[in-house]
Ligand binder design. Structure first.
Ligand code: NAP
Length: 357
């Protein structure tokens, strides 16, 4: 591809020691377009080598040797000179202002934090769902006088929903959705929910999560209208979000109402034949299939299916008629890969592909 003929783009990670930060580091190792050159975290770790301050939590791989000795720096633009992209894995209570500082300093920010997701000129992006929302960047830069920009990821529970819904919205029109999630512990960061509270348990409350699922879904399935802004999709969404004792992978049980009736075969075909524009771009982090429909009566399962497509595929199954709405089904995505770090990296690749970087 075009990018491979040029030097790699220098990138940094903000919040590099956390759950999502570690995923970024794992996924950026040997990335064909991006070179990870800077790691930032809180003040307590500044100036010390990354491997000394980080307790590596990922079980599938070791802490990459290429970043082990990198000094941890402050989350300020001047501490990451030359970096063109930052991937932000900062907590919501501090991410907002820090990300603005980077955008102002000319850096492209790809964020997992909630702060800017619903801003009127910030794309809440999944390339397979709303790739054209990056058009908002021009207005964002003009409005704020930034030479950089901010693009956000969806909440990790919203991600499998909108990926599964987009082809259905296109083919049949979607006007209602009711969803109940079963979400992994890693979604709460590290150490997250105390083990004594979550082992042998399910907790029917995740602060702010249901509201995020309800509003983010409408923004992402809505439209960017030039000169006007984002227009939400007219979908009534009701969410129940539950924390359960799985490590990674958010499962969602969904009932959906269509504007036009469809046969089960047509619904499955809408998923199987969905090839978004971003898929044709063959981005390095894109899975072979964004969506996979499984026919077994007991799939998707969190443990068995979360790693499909290197954690970037949303797996769907159990399509049935719904006696209240039109259909019901189950969808699953890996929360720290597709729902966080992998999703952000794919967003950055899409921007490179579209010439924004
Ligand atoms: P986490 O494990 O708690 O990590 C937080 C990171 O932020 C650490 O690197 C920490 O560095 C750094 N940090 C904390 N306070 C700081 C400060 N005052 N200044 C600079 N850095 C600071 O959290 P996480 O689960 O990775 O989540 C990160 C973000 O992604 C959150 O906004 C979260 O909502 C979002 N998100 C998470 C998931 C998921 O599945 N986990 C999915 C989607 C989105 P120190 O080690 O130095 O304290």
């Amino acid at each position: 591809m075009e990018m491979e003929r040029h030097a790699k783009i220098p990138v940094g990670v903000l919040g590099a020691t956390g759950m999502v930060g570690q995923r970024f580091i794992q996924l950026l190792e040997n990335h064909p377009w991006f070179e990870l050159v800077a790691l930032a975290a809180s003040e307590r770790h500044q100036g010390r080598p990354y491997n000394e301050v980080t307790s590596w939590r990922l079980t599938e791989s070791e802490l990459p040797a290429s970043v082990a000795a990198l000094p941890v720096v402050a989350c300020r633009p001047e501490a990451l000179p030359g970096v063109k992209i930052v991937f932000s894995a900062l907590p919501g209570d501090i991410a907002g202002e820090i990300e603005i500082e980077f955008a102002r300093a000319g850096v492209a920010v790809f964020s997992n934090a909630k702060n800017h997701r619903m801003a009127a000129d910030v794309p809440l992006l999944i390339p397979e769902v709303n790739a054209d929302h990056i058009a908002a960047i021009t207005q964002q830069q003009k409005q704020h006088g930034w030479s950089g920009f901010i693009i956000t990821n969806a909440n990790c529970a919203t991600t499998p929903l909108v990926m599964a819904l987009k082809p259905l919205q296109q083919a049949f029109g979607v006007n209602k959705m009711l969803v109940t999630t079963l979400q992994a512990i890693s979604g709460a960061g590290y150490p997250g929910v105390p083990s004594y509270d979550i082992l042998d348990n399910a907790i029917p409350y995740i602060g702010g999560e249901e509201e995020k699922v309800e509003i983010e879904t409408r923004k992402m399935l809505g439209e960017w209208q030039e000169g006007h802004g984002f227009v939400d999709a007219p979908i009534a969404v009701s969410a129940h979000c539950n924390r359960i004792a799985t490590r990674e992978g958010h499962l969602a049980c969904v009932s959906v109402g269509f504007e036009r009736d469809a046969t089960p075969e047509e619904v499955i075909a809408a998923w199987e034949q969905y090839i978004p524009a971003s898929q044709q771009a063959q981005l390095p982090s894109a899975p072979e299939y964004a969506l996979r429909y499984r026919t077994e009566h007991d799939r998707p399962q969190t443990l068995r299916d979360r790693d499909t497509g290197h954690g970037m595929t949303t797996t769907i199954g159990r399509l049935r008629r719904c006696p209240i709405l039109s259909y019901k089904f189950v969808a699953l995505a890996h929360n720290t890969i597709r729902g966080a770090a992998g999703g952000s990296i794919l967003n950055a690749e899409w921007c490179v592909h579209k010439g924004l970087l």
